[in-house]
Design a binder for this molecule. Sequence first.
Ligand SMILES: *[C@@H]1O[C@H](CO)[C@@H](O)[C@H](O)[C@H]1NC(C)=O
Ligand SMILES: *[C@@H]1O[C@H](CO)[C@@H](O)[C@H](O)[C@H]1NC(C)=O
Ligand SMILES: *[C@@H]1O[C@H](CO)[C@@H](O)[C@H](O)[C@H]1NC(C)=O
Length: 422
Amino acid sequence: MCILIFSCLLSLLDTTQLGGLIGSLSTSGKSFFSVDWHDKILISIQVPRNRYWGLHPPPAPLENVIDDGLTAIQRAVFLKKAGVETAVDDDFHLNPPSRADLLESAIQNMIRYLQACRDNDLTPSLREGVDTLLMYLYRALNRVDDMERLASCENSCVVEELETLLNDSGHLRTLAFLYAGKGMSAKALGIWCILARNYSQSSYYKEQSEETESTTENEDSTTDLQVASRKVIFGRETAAIEASRILEESSDQELVLQHLGWIADINQTLAVQVLISEKRINQLSPDEVIAAIDLKKVEILQRYLQWLIEEQYSDDTRFHTTYALLLAKSALETYEMELTTQNSVAGALKNEMYVSEFGASSIFETPVRERFQIFLESSDLYDAEDVLDLIEESELWLEKLGHETLVLQILALKLEDCEAAE
Ligand SMILES: *[C@@H]1O[C@H](CO)[C@@H](O)[C@H](O)[C@H]1NC(C)=O
Ligand SMILES: *[C@@H]1O[C@H](CO)[C@@H](O)[C@H](O)[C@H]1NC(C)=O
Ligand SMILES: *[C@@H]1O[C@H](CO)[C@@H](O)[C@H](O)[C@H]1NC(C)=O
């Protein structure tokens, strides 16, 4: 029977025929093994019967092949009961295989065969047929890991043949990997965005019910919830990582800026990596990037400006001034934060929160104060007067922070230099 199936398959491995086989199999995921398969099997044999079919049987839907085989077995069993000698051994006819088992094992054998085919030297169209069919068969058995592995390695899958199928059966990650591999970045990003959003909305309860195995291991129900929430966070992170990987190589500025926001919501470091990536062919326009960054995500803006100035050697005075002003504001905010923390009754407790909120989550390693001072000294291109104005507005700075007068001294020197130069 296997030989029959393989020859069907081989004769179908021409992309025009492939559609036929896929059509014959592509009932919706669950009904693949369902009873009403007869109605759904439609196959068009476009190749005329010729001498080839004398040696090899013409293509037929897998289900037909299996049914023919089962009929043959039943006939043999019947004959045996009637006392006629047959080739069927006793074991086999006492336990005839079920149709579903046969179909599954046939598909598994086809998968093994196609996997071996991939190592051979095939023509491009044959390669397309093998990979597309392989993806189709993985899906039929819901082998998600194999689907994702195939989709994310170099492959010749025909995306158009698979996208509706994968979308409808909810194999969106596989589809996103396929899109990305074929350079269909916008579509891939669209999926990662949907997935990231969905992970953050999806209820933990559903995830929990899927975690039945871990329930038996961990009797503590909070652990279960932690597992579930970790899964959600992991899903979101993965979506953001995959999306940023695509965007780091993309010179499509509109696409980058369109997806920057949700990636930054998940992980600011990833958003920064996208913006300062040197893997793209054409750099992004700094003005449009700066305009697009959410003003609430100050650290991203700071890091981007720092990159423009320190790594791209931009001498645009607007960037220098904006950067200096942003650092000044952040430094002031940090002082205020420290002050309220110290004054608070539950100071110790809040101090811990302060560390986790403003220490660990910061994308910078050095404290803003230090960065501010270093920048003021190292650059001559910012508007010292603007920075001084900002600082002087803050009573806090002048009253409480006598020890930070270094900043004021630097600014005074810069201003003197300016006046001297004029
Ligand atoms: C994918 O499926 C969703 C609903 O599940 C549908 O709204 C959307 O149009 C589908 N997209 C494609 C490309 O088929
Ligand atoms: C979104 O999450 C819900 C609930 O967890 C799930 O049923 C649904 O299939 C998900 N949709 C997508 C597109 O992943
Ligand atoms: C954000 O992504 C970076 C780089 O992938 C990673 O090192 C970091 O741990 C992530 N941060 C968080 C808060 O998940």
